[in-house]
Design a protein around this ligand. Structure first.
Ligand SMILES: NCc1[nH]cc(CCC(=O)O)c1CC(=O)O
Length: 320
């Protein structure tokens, strides 16, 4: 079969969730593809897919995500449509992606990574250090909750979710005094400067594995799409995520477990920082190692094994 580029008459279908951030990520993918192949934007159709995790009724309950069904909550319906050919590619926040994809699908194309840091978001105080004893922090992220519990055991924690706009509204309503959001999301939504957000250095709060990275999933046997995606793949982001996701996979974690990891490149050297925590903040174990770039995934696995060994008995009981 002759390989053909998409046309306005037969557009390539880009599947995405419908949240403002998910849409911004899908539009960015469309712009990069259109520019790489000098095609009109109409050659790419954005297809919005509702997932179980988007169900407003579930989100409103402010329950921990784990109780709502765990892995694949925001991806199952999208991957089904990718497998049955209703869409051709799917755009995801890599932070939310399990380390294994369903049979028949590949997730190996990454766009250039955004700011990896978390942002302290608060209408009253400039930084976490200014927050008075006993204040209420809103977060449903197990990682951020555990990291906060280590740093500021005096603060209260409340479940806090919804898209960025919803969370800001909750702050205005006084549901919580402050929260954390990823800088990447705020940047991609064009909200930097419009919301009271202060970046938190990674030495103060190590980000989630793959934070700030967009991944594009495809069918494994679709060579036309594979060739197209190769043109927009960002290799450095791929190398960093390979190390971080090897670390995550070896810890059997997901975005809903309290662990953090960040790989950075300096020439041909890859530096990996990793952290695992007890959910209540009573203990945090860290490591910081460097290796030749090509050994990134191996370093990720080794670091995971070392942290597991240090953690000792009972540390991971929260996973049961
Ligand atoms: N789990 C939700 C989620 N998944 C990706 C992002 C932000 C964008 C990113 O980190 O790439 C967010 C929201 C947040 O943490 O503020």
């Amino acid at each position: 079969m002759v390989k053909q580029l998409p046309t306005p008459a037969a557009p390539l279908k880009i599947g995405t969730r419908g949240s403002p951030l998910a849409l911004a990520q899908a539009y960015e993918t469309r712009v990069r593809l259109a520019e790489a192949f000098d095609l009109p934007h109409e050659a790419f159709e954005i297809v919005v897919i509702k997932t179980t995790g988007d169900d407003a009724a579930l989100i409103a309950k402010d329950k921990p995500l784990k109780e709502l069904g765990g892995k694949g909550l925001f991806t199952k319906e999208i991957e089904e449509q990718l497998l049955d050919g209703s869409i051709d590619i799917a755009v995801h926040s890599m932070k939310d992606m399990p380390t294994l994809q369903p049979r028949g699908l590949l997730l190996e194309t990454y766009l250039p990574r955004e700011d990896v840091r978390d942002a302290f978001v608060c209408l009253k105080y400039k930084s976490l250090a200014d927050v008075p004893e006993g204040a209420v922090m809103g977060s449903s992220s197990l990682r951020r909750r555990a990291q906060l519990a280590v740093k500021r055991p005096d603060l209260m924690l409340s479940e806090f979710r919804g898209n960025v706009q919803t969370r800001l509204k909750k702050l205005e309503e006084g549901v919580a005094d402050a929260t954390f959001l990823a800088m990447a999301g705020l940047t991609r939504l064009g909200m930097i400067g419009q919301v009271p957000a202060t970046p938190v250095e990674v030495t103060d709060m190590l980000p989630a594995v793959a934070q700030g990275a967009i991944g594009i999933e495809r069918r494994g046997d679709d060579s036309r799409v594979a060739d197209m995606l190769a043109a927009i793949h960002h290799e450095e982001t791929g190398q960093r995520l390979a190390a971080e996701r090897a670390f995550l996979a070896a810890l059997d974690g997901s975005c809903e477990t309290p662990l953090a990891g960040l790989a950075e490149l300096d020439g041909n050297t890859l530096r990996l920082r990793g952290e695992v925590l007890r959910p209540d903040g009573s203990e945090a174990i860290n490591d910081d190692q460097s290796a030749p770039l090509e050994d990134g995934p191996e370093l990720g696995r080794e670091m995971a094994a070392k942290l597991l060994e240090q953690a000792g008995k009972g540390f991971f009981d929260w996973r049961a």
